[in-house]
Structure formats: structure tokens, C-alpha cells
Design a protein around this ligand. Structure first.
Ligand SMILES: [Zn+2]
Length: 307
């Protein structure tokens, strides 16, 4: 599409003035983000896990739209969606009130702790680099180690300068933001993937920025969310027939991807009833990334239903 490149994400135009930024496995982004040219300013949806990835997003947005004024949205409180907020300086940062509360409660301590562990991180980097030199590694092991090493090195760059910028404005249920060229609708249906999730629809364009309410070709994380309500939210989103869905993790999809996510959670509920079985990942999800989440997702559902 373009000559634009970043070490942290690939940029995909999903409509005129609408861009998905899809996290690269070896970069600092971790989760997906994106931006929409409203005509007079830019709305950024999620800011990745580290400032250097968000800085690339900011530069890409200025490059492709010619605007310099930003509005930032945080879909939910998880670090891989908010830790780049600081690069957008004085821009308003929008989230739900619950997300703002969780960000302010959870992140200061986490950031302090990670910053205090920088010497340990340096050792981990050296250790991984040593492991990579072994010639007994398979290609797959080598690739996984390389991604892991690259990720740790990015965290080494991010942590000394990382500072928390929390949301400045909150949206209870819904807000429409009108630009001169495009309008977006930010809306929340409560807790699904996290304690509170906000999605963004580009009105009249059939495009949905779903945050982590949708993962594609990746196991989602259920821990900390409300799986029952998540299914209800996905049922509502499916009815809206989006032609492009930008997930929190994985490649761009469409309404069918929303249905797949709903079925995944429904299948977990079914599997959760059979406590004695081996809990093997069903065939349909075996190729998905982050497969370590499958068992913890089942446990989460089992624990919640026995409460
Ligand atoms: Zn998340």
C-alpha cells in the first residue's frame, strides 16, 4: 500500500482515511491500534504497550492525514492498549469511567515495579542472547526466542521513559464525535473482555475498531472479564454487519470474525461443564496463537460458575 514502515506494526488502510495498525510479533506494540482521519483532526484508537510504538503511530497518522491535532481513545485498561498515551501530549484521552479507574489503580504500581527491575531485565536479555547462540535449537524455537529477545529489548528502551497518562474525559455509554469528513461512534456495553470495554464504529463506513472484544486467530484472554456479558455484546455487534473489523489481536476481519469469537466463548462454556476431560483445544482453534490461554480461560469460566 505505502512505503511506510514501522518496527512495531504494519499499517493497513481499511477504508478512505481509516487505518488499522497491526502489531508485529517482534515489536513493542503487543496489541493492535489504528486511527481515523476525521477531516479536521485524527482520532487514535489505542496506543500500544510502549511509547516508541505509539510514536510511530503518531508519525504515520500525521504523514497520511496531514493533521496534527489528536483525540486518543483507550478501549480498556490493559497495558498493551494504553502505555503509549504519553506521546500524544496534550490531546484529550477518552475511556469509560471504569477503565479510567482501573488504569489509575493498576498501572502506577506496575510501572514502578517494572522500572525497579531494569537490572533483572538486562540479565534476562543477556541470558536470552546466550540461548540464541546454541546450535541445537530448532527453527521454530529460534524464531520464538528471537521475538522474545526483541520484545525484551523494546521494553528496555520503553521503561526508563515510560510515564502514565490516564484518561482525561470519560464516556459512560456512547458518544458520537463529528469531524468535517467522518464521524465515529464510541460505545460501551459494559464488561466483556475486561472490566469495561469501549469500541469505535466509523459511521456510514461499516468499520469497527473492536479492541480486545474481538481477537482473530488468537486465543482471547477471559480472565478479568465477564464472559456471559461478552457473548451478549458479540451478539449485538454481529447484528450490525461490519464489513471490516479491527481486532485487538490478529489480522483485520469482518462480522464473521465476531461470530467466531462468540462461538469460541460458547464452546468454552460447554467444555467447562466436562471437568473430567483432558481439555484439549478443539480442532477449530488449534492453529490460533497464544494457545496457553485456553486452559486458563476454561479455569476462569469454571471458577466463576461455581462461585
Ligand atoms: Zn486486553
Amino acid at each position: 500500500m505505502t512505503a511506510w514502515t514501522s518496527n512495531h506494526f504494519t499499517l493497513e488502510a481499511v477504508g478512505k482515511g481509516i487505518y488499522a495498525a497491526l502489531a508485529r510479533e517482534d515489536g513493542a506494540a503487543m496489541g493492535n491500534g489504528g486511527f481515523v482521519d476525521l477531516g479536521d483532526r485524527i482520532i487514535v484508537f489505542d496506543t500500544f504497550n510502549a511509547p516508541q510504538a505509539a510514536q510511530d503511530l503518531k508519525e504515520a497518522a500525521i504523514h497520511f492525514t496531514g493533521h496534527t491535532e489528536f483525540i486518543v481513545v483507550n478501549s480498556h485498561w490493559h497495558g498493551d492498549h494504553i502505555r503509549g498515551n504519553q506521546v500524544f501530549e496534550a490531546a484529550p484521552v477518552l475511556s469509560t469511567p471504569v477503565t479510567k479507574e482501573w488504569i489509575e489503580r493498576e498501572h502506577p504500581g506496575r510501572i514502578r515495579k517494572q522500572q525497579s527491575m531494569l537490572p533483572q531485565l538486562d540479565e534476562d536479555i543477556l541470558e536470552l542472547a546466550r540461548k540464541l547462540e546454541q546450535d541445537t535449537l530448532s527453527d521454530a524455537e529460534r524464531a520464538a526466542l528471537r521475538n522474545q529477545l526483541s520484545f525484551l529489548k523494546e521494553m528496555r528502551i520503553a521503561l526508563p521513559e515510560l510515564r502514565l497518562v490516564s484518561p482525561t474525559d470519560v464516556i459512560e455509554d456512547e458518544r458520537i464525535i463529528e469531524g468535517t469528513d467522518r464521524r465515529v461512534r464510541l460505545f460501551s456495553c459494559g464488561s466483556g473482555h475486561s472490566s469495561s470495554d469501549l469500541a469505535m464504529e466509523v459511521l456510514d463506513e461499516g468499520v469497527l475498531f473492536a479492541g480486545d472484544l474481538v481477537s482473530i486467530d488468537n486465543h482471547p484472554m477471559l480472565d478479568g472479564g465477564d464472559p456471559q456479558n461478552w457473548v451478549k455484546i458479540l451478539n449485538c455487534l454481529e447484528a450490525d454487519n461490519y464489513s471490516q473489523v479491527i481486532p485487538g489481536h490478529g489480522p483485520v476481519g469482518d462480522s464473521r470474525s465476531i461470530a467466531v469469537m462468540r462461538r469460541y466463548i460458547e464452546d468454552l462454556f460447554k467444555q467447562a461443564e466436562h471437568v473430567d476431560e483432558l481439555d484439549e483445544i478443539p480442532q477449530s482453534y488449534q492453529s490460533w496463537k497464544a494457545d496457553f490461554l485456553y486452559k486458563s480461560n476454561l479455569n476462569y469460566i469454571r471458577t466463576r460458575t461455581t462461585l
